[in-house]
Design a protein around this ligand. Structure first.
Ligand SMILES: [Zn+2]
Length: 688
C-alpha cells in the first residue's frame, strides 16, 4: 500500500496521521500538545518521534512513506512559515528542517488551504477543480483551490477570506482593521453579538440556556433559541447569516468556484444554517441560473488538516511535471502563452505531452515528445529522418494545394533553429502542432478501415515518390534484410545452445527450403527492378489519423521508424498482420488462414493511394513482399525461440514457436494462392 503522512500543527495540539493514499483514509493517528510558543527544532523533534511511533505500530517505515505534508497556522510559502502568531514563529524554514530529520520530502501549507485541498481532492469538491472553504471558528479561516491547485498569491497571503472587508466602518477585527468578515461570522463573533443582544432582551431564551451566566454561552445556543422561537436569537442568527452570505457572494463573484464549503463547529447546524444561507447567496451572487456555485457543509471535520496535509505531495508532483514540460516547451517557437502542459495519450514508447497555449483570437495545441533512448539507439539520425521527410511532405502537399498543417506531421523549430531540443541530460525532445478533429483506431473494426489504411500508406508512397530515399539514415540496420535474418536463424540452429532444436525441426526445414526465395527482393534490386523507397516500417492502423467528421484518413503518423527500404515490405507487413484469420500466436493452425478478400481490399487501396507511383517491378513484387514479410517474421520468431525468447516478450512457454508456426502456415497458404494474388494486383494496376 502507498502511504503518506499528514501533520496538523495547531496552536494547542499536533495531530499526525498515516494516510492510505489511494483510499484517502487515516490508518493510524495520534496527537500531542504543542506547548507553543516553542522553538521549531523542539517541535520537529516531537513530530518525528510521533510519526515514527505511529509507523512502528503499523509495521511501516519512514523510508517507504511517499512524503510528509504539514498544515500550519499562519502564512506559508515555499516550505517556510513566514509568520504564525499561534506558534510564535516567523520565517522558519520548517519544511527543510523536518525533511532533513526524516529523509523524505516535506510539503507545507496553511491549515485552511490544506483543508480546502482535502475537500477539493477527496471531499465535497472531489472531481471539481475550483473550490473555496470558510472555516468558522475562533476566527474565519479561508482556503482556495483553483484548477486543482492551492492558490496562495505571490507571497502566501492569499485566500484570507476572513479578512475580506464587508463593512468599512464596522466592527473592529483582531487583525487591526475594521469590518472584516471574521468580526461578524466567526463563532467568537456570534457569541459576542449574542451577549450584546441579550443585554437588550432580558427575557431571551438564551439567558436560560446559559444559566444566566453569559460566559457559558456557546455558538450553538442562539441557533437553538431561534429554533424555539426566540426573537432576540433570531435577530442575532439572521444577521450572522446575512453577513456570511455577503462574504460568500463576494467570493463567488470573484472566483466562481464550483463549490464553497463551510467548516468548523457552526457548520454542524446543518439546514438551520445552510438553507437560509443558500437563499441569501442566491440573491447576492452573479452567475447563470444553471451551474451555480454549490454552498455546502465540508466533509472533513477534525481530520481536515491531517487529510489535506497528507495529500499535498500530489499537488507538488503535478506542479513539477507540468513545469518541466512547460520549461521544455519554452525552447520551441510555439505561438501564444502556455496555459497547460499535461501527459497525453497512451503511447508506450515515447513520453508525450499535450501543450495548450492561448493567443489573441484563439487557442493552439501542440504535442511535445521525449524520444525513448532505450528503444531508439540513434535519436539524432531518427530526428534527421523525421525532419527531412516532414519538410518534404509539407512541400508536396502545399504544391498540390493541400493543407500542410493537417496532411502531415511537422516540427516546430527551437529558438536556435533546430528541429529538436537536446537537453544537458541527453534527452531528445520534439514539438509538433496538434492535428485537430482527428481520431485514431486501435484495431480494424470494419473492412473499410483496412482499405482506408491501404489508401493512406499508398498515398504516403506517392507523396514521397521523388524523395531520394538513399539519403535517409538506416536507424535500425538490416531491419528488413531477409537473407541476413535467414543467416541469423541458421546460426541459432547451429549453436542450438538451449537444445530446443528438436522441437522445431519441421519449422527449420520449412525455412531452409526457402533459402533462395529469401534473396528474391535483393536480386530484384540489384537487377534494377526494385527502387529504394522511403518506408514507414510500422504500418499499423493506429498509425493513421482519421478525420473525426468524415472518417477519412488525414495523414500517416509515428515516423520514428522511417528508413530506406522497399515499398513492397510496407505493403507485405500490412498483409501479414491484416489478412490473417487468426491471432499471431494461435495454437490451432486450422484456424490460421490467409484471407484473400482482405488482401484484395488492401491491394485496391494501396494501388489507388499510390496513384501510379509504383513501378512495374514493384507491382510485380507486391505478392512476393507479402510472403517475404510473413516468412521473415516467422524466421525471427523461430530464431528467438531457439535463442531463449530474449527479444519478443512471451507469456507462456513455446509462444514464439507457436508464432513462427502461424507465420509459416500463412506463408504456405499465400504460396498456394500466389497466382491469384498476382491476378488481383494486375486487375487494379490496369486501372491506374
Ligand atoms: Zn481582519
Amino acid at each position: 500500500m502507498e502511504y503518506c503522512i499528514g501533520v496538523d500543527l495547531g496552536g494547542t495540539s499536533i495531530k499526525v496521521g498515516i494516510v492510505d493514499k489511494r483510499n484517502v483514509k487515516i490508518i493510524n493517528s495520534g496527537s500531542i500538545p504543542t506547548k507553543a510558543p516553542r522553538a521549531a527544532e523542539d517541535i520537529s523533534k516531537d513530530i518525528v518521534r510521533l510519526i515514527n511511533g505511529l509507523l512502528d505500530e503499523c509495521g511501516y517505515s519512514i523510508k517507504d512513506a511517499l512524503w510528509i505534508g504539514v498544515a500550519t497556522p499562519g502564512i506559508v510559502k515555499n516550505g517556510t512559515v513566514i509568520s504564525a502568531a499561534n506558534l510564535g514563529w516567523s520565517n522558519v524554514p520548517f519544511g527543510m528542517l523536518l525533511s532533513r530529520m526524516l529523509g523524505r520530502p516535506v510539503f507545507l501549507a496553511n491549515d485552511a488551504n490544506a483543508a480546502a485541498y482535502a475537500e477539493a481532492i477527496a471531499g465535497v469538491g472531489k472531481g471539481r477543480s475550483t473550490l473555496a472553504i470558510l472555516t468558522l471558528g475562533t476566527g474565519v479561516g479561508g482556503g482556495l483551490v483553483i484548477n486543482g491547485k492551492i492558490f496562495d498569491g505571490f507571497n502566501g497571503f492569499a485566500a484570507e477570506i476572513g479578512h475580506m472587508v464587508i463593512n468599512a466602518e464596522g466592527r473592529a477585527c483582531a487583525c487591526g482593521k475594521r469590518g472584516c468578515l471574521e468580526a461578524y461570522c466567526s463563532a467568537t463573533a456570534l457569541v459576542k453579538e449574542s451577549r450584546r443582544i441579550m443585554g437588550l432582551y432580558r427575557d431571551s431564551l438564551m439567558w436560560q440556556m446559559c444559566d444566566g451566566d453569559v460566559s457559558k454561552l456557546t455558538a450553538k445556543m442562539p441557533f437553538d433559541a431561534k429554533a424555539a422561537g426566540d426573537v432576540a436569537a433570531s435577530l442575532v442568527v439572521d444577521d450572522f447569516i446575512e453577513n456570511l452570505a455577503v462574504g460568500i457572494s463576494n467570493v463567488i463573484n470573484i472566483f466562481q468556484p464550483s463549490v464553497i464549503c463551510i467548516g468548523g463547529g457552526i457548520s454542524g447546524q446543518g439546514d438551520a444554517l445552510m438553507k437560509p444561507l443558500s437563499d441569501r447567496v442566491e440573491r447576492l451572487s452573479f452567475g447563470l441560473a444553471q451551474g451555480r456555485t454549490k454552498v455546502t457543509v465540508a466533509k472533513f471535520k477534525n481530520d481536515a488538516g491531517i487529510i489535506g496535509a497528507s495529500l499535498l505531495g500530489l499537488q507538488e508532483k503535478d506542479r513539477k511535471n507540468m513545469s518541466f514540460a512547460e520549461k521544455i516547451s519554452t525552447h520551441f517557437k510555439i505561438e501564444g502563452e502556455i496555459v497547460s502542459a499535461a501527459p497525453y495519450g497512451n503511447g508506450h514508447i515515447n513520453d508525450t505531452f499535450l501543450i495548450k497555449t492561448r493567443v489573441n483570437g484563439g487557442d493552439r495545441q501542440y504535442i511535445l515528445q521525449r524520444i525513448n533512448k532505450n528503444v531508439f539507439k540513434d535519436p539524432e539520425s531518427l530526428m534527421k529522418n523525421f525532419a527531412v521527410i516532414t519538410e518534404y511532405l509539407s512541400g508536396v502537399i502545399e504544391k498540390a494545394g493541400g493543407d500542410a498543417d493537417r496532411e502531415t506531421l511537422s516540427l516546430v523549430k527551437t529558438f536556435d533553429g533546430k528541429n529538436y531540443l537536446l537537453t544537458p541530460d541527453g534527452d531528445f525532445w520534439r514539438m509538433m502542432p496538434y492535428i485537430t478533429d482527428s481520431v485514431c483506431y486501435d484495431k480494424v473494426e470494419r473492412p473499410e478501415q483496412f482499405y482506408e489504411s491501404a489508401v493512406a500508406f499508398g498515398r504516403f508512397q506517392r507523396m514521397l515518390e521523388g524523395f531520394p530515399a538513399e539519403t535517409l539514415y538506416e536507424t535500425i540496420p538490416n531491419f528488413h534484410n531477409t537473407p541476413d535474418r535467414y543467416n541469423k536463424l541458421m546460426e541459432e540452429v547451429k549453436s542450438n545452445k538451449l537444445k530446443r532444436l528438436s522441437s522445431a525441426l519441421p519449422e527449420v526445414e520449412f525455412a531452409k527450403e526457402r533459402e533462395e526465395f529469401c534473396k528474391t527482393l535483393e536480386v530484384e534490386r540489384r537487377e534494377g527492378r526494385l527502387p529504394i523507397r522511403v518506408t514507414h516500417n510500422d504500418t499499423k492502423l493506429n498509425n493513421i489519423l482519421f478525420d473525426k467528421n468524415t472518417d477519412k484518413p488525414i495523414c500517416v503518423i509515428d515516423l520514428d521508424t522511417i528508413m530506406p527500404g522497399y515499398s513492397v515490405n510496407d505493403f507485405g507487413d500490412s498483409i501479414r498482420f491484416g489478412a490473417s484469420t487468426a491471432s499471431e500466436d494461435e495454437r490451432n493452425l486450422d484456424l490460421v488462414d490467409f484471407d484473400i478478400e482482405l488482401y484484395e481490399l488492401y491491394v485496391k487501396g494501396f494501388i489507388e493511394g499510390s496513384g501510379g507511383a509504383l513501378t512495374e517491378g514493384e507491382l510485380k513484387m507486391l505478392p512476393i513482399g507479402a510472403i517475404m514479410m510473413t516468412l521473415e517474421c516467422g524466421m525471427r520468431f523461430l530464431t528467438d525461440y531457439l535463442a531463449g525468447d530474449t527479444y519478443f516478450k512471451t507469456s507462456r512457454p513455446g509462444q514464439n514457436l507457436d508464432r513462427a508456426r502461424t507465420q509459416f502456415k500463412l506463408v504456405a497458404e499465400m504460396e498456394k494462392n500466389l497466382d491469384k494474388m498476382h491476378e488481383i494486383v494486375n486487375k487494379y494496376s490496369r486501372k491506374v
